[in-house]
Design a protein around this ligand. Sequence first.
Ligand code: R1P
Length: 246
Amino acid sequence: MTSVAPQLIGCSPTHKSGRLWELCADQVWGDWLRYSRTQRSSSTVKSPTSPKAQITLPMRVFKLLGVETMILTNAAGGLNQDYKVGDVMIIKDHINMPGFAGSNPLVGPNDERFGLRFPCMSDAYDRELCQMAHDVAEELHFGDFVREGVYVVLGGPSFETIAECRMLHTLGADAVGMSTVHEVIVARHAGMRCFALSLISNRAVMDYDSQERANHEEVLETGKLRAKQLEKLVSTMVARLEHNNN
Ligand SMILES: O=P(O)(O)O[C@H]1O[C@H](CO)[C@@H](O)[C@H]1O
């Protein structure tokens, strides 16, 4: 049986104290420390200390609980000019912008129990799951708003300037956000399959004459509009995964 943890983690600046983290942070830390103590002598126990390692700790807990597949969702600004607000982008790849400056959740001593020192990321997003999402979207008649593209993560919490949006688009990103990539890196390090969706909650502002302004209220509003359809897409995929594994 495949264990699937549908998205439940948020590590973005606004959400890092939300969702699952808020629900189980204490328990997760307790479990981690207890587990570490059984594996190592107390003098060598290393609890994760960098912020990115802390916010991605639940991925490792999921791994220890037997989860094999991660499904993550986020809200993101649309950089691709063909995207409309309300589109859903299957993430085929990411650009880890903080990683360029040395901020990666795997920085620090490598815990060999989870994975390699230098994990591959060219297969970060599972191609079979992406194809399944396209198939399910077609069956549910969601095809006209489901896309596939590249997600770029920034540190936030400020939204981007116009020049930054233009640069990110030029670099090959279709959508910009502040989450998800860190979890995917840690999940892939631990050998979990990853699938992720971005809801295009707003258009990234690319034009100096535009009156549009990125704002969190619009992000939340768009989230409400597509919530039911996203839930249907993800739950149908989970059911199919369960079926395929039985
Ligand atoms: O990525 P999630 O958490 O879905 O949320 C996105 O929306 C918020 C900004 O409105 C930021 O937290 C950004 O990362």
